[in-house]
Design a protein around this ligand. Structure first.
Ligand SMILES: Cc1cc2nc3c(=O)[nH]c(=O)nc-3n(C[C@H](O)[C@H](O)[C@H](O)COP(=O)(O)OP(=O)(O)OC[C@H]3O[C@@H](n4cnc5c(N)ncnc54)[C@H](O)[C@@H]3O)c2cc1C
Length: 311
């Protein structure tokens, strides 16, 4: 066992979580990693990977039992994000977004909303979290998308950009400003928009460097009508839900990056063990050993910190 494998063995996971992680690792190695290059080259959405992940029923790990899930710890979720991202970074971000987008519904939704909407995700549906707009990035409170009450409906106008799964999601968690409530922060509200809603369109897909197979979409809302029953909390409850959602989603961005770093490290170590120059494996040159030691130390440090945050 190498240093990183020894650290992995110490992640605080229950027995069944460790078994699930072993299954995810096998799936990532056998079915996801071999096709990652194809999907990155073509930028096709990795439906094949989504199907493989759903055969394992992986979305169930963050869904309560009452809505068709089989919940596990946040640490186990982060470990799965890292494992999938190590095999295919695009699939990792796409799967992790299901959690980011649906956790607020699980935490803040009414019983009726959860009974109606969450099982779709437990069964393998895709979700999108729609916060960012062209002029509202780090400062999300600058968003301009509006929610207007009209009878039993809420009418959405505006648009979002950089939305992961934005063209493929079954459910969208959309943040916007409630017309009639004053204040940039006070008016922020949040609702669930369902796939196929009239007035929802995909305007553009980003062509990226890396993670090309993950869709990053600009979407527009043109008088999209959503039943008021899909509003989370009350009008104006959006900001606290937005922060709660970011607090839970940001560590998975670290898990995603660590999966990529771990894959790069393992590939590099395999190569320097094999590559020979001047009659010696290049691993035997001390300059290379210094680099490997520094990288291993950094990886070990940030991984330990991730599990600390997860706990
Ligand atoms: C691949 C990808 C997927 C994404 N998926 C989603 C998604 O699913 N849903 C979604 O809603 N959004 C998504 N985003 C958007 C992402 O959340 C935003 O990119 C992020 O919030 C930053 O906004 P910005 O890109 O507009 O950068 P800006 O806010 O314009 O920031 C540019 C730079 O200025 C710095 N900066 C900004 N404000 C300050 C400040 N006050 N003090 C110091 N420095 C500052 C930033 O750190 C950054 O370096 C995604 C982005 C990417 C790249």
């Amino acid at each position: 066992m190498n240093l990183l494998e020894r650290l992995d063995a110490r992640i605080a996971l229950a027995e069944e979580e460790r078994m699930l992680l072993d299954s995810v690792r096998a799936l990532a190695r056998d079915r996801i990693a071999p096709r990652a290059e194809h999907f990155d080259r073509t930028a096709e959405f990795p439906w094949e990977h989504v199907r493989a992940i759903n055969e394992l029923g992986l979305n169930a790990m963050f869904v309560p039992e009452a809505y068709g899930g089989s919940p596990m710890s946040y640490t186990a979720y982060l470990a799965c994000v890292r494992e999938i991202s190590q095999a295919c970074a695009a699939t990792g971000i796409s799967w992790a977004t299901n959690y980011h987008a649906m956790k607020p519904l699980i935490d803040w939704g009414t019983e009726e909303q959860k009974q109606r909407l969450v099982p779709r995700i437990a069964e393998g549906g895709l979700a999108a979290l729609a916060i960012t707009e062209p002029d509202a990035g780090s400062d999300a409170t600058g968003m301009r998308t509006t929610f207007r009450e009209d009878g039993n409906d809420i009418v959405i106008n505006g648009g979002k950009t950089f939305i992961t799964n934005g063209d493929v999601a079954d459910l969208y968690l959309v943040f916007g400003k409630w017309e009639g409530i004053a204040g940039a922060k006070e008016s922020i509200s949040v609702l669930v928009l369902e796939k196929g809603t009239r007035g929802l369109s995909v305007v553009r897909l980003e062509d990226k460097m890396g993670t090309r197979a993950s869709s990053t979409a600009t979407i527009a809302f043109d008088n999209c009508r959503v039943p008021r029953a899909n509003l989370l909390g009350q009008p104006g409850d959006g900001l606290k839900i937005l922060f709660a959602s970011l607090n839970k989603s940001r560590p998975s961005v670290a898990a995603h990056a660590l999966g990529i770093a771990r894959a790069a490290f393992e590939d590099a170590v395999a190569y320097i063990n094999e590559r020979k120059q001047s009659g010696r494996r290049i691993l035997e040159f001390q300059g290379i050993q210094f680099m490997v030691a520094d990288l291993a130390a950094e990886l070990a440090l940030v991984e330990s910190w991730l599990w600390q945050v997860g706990a």
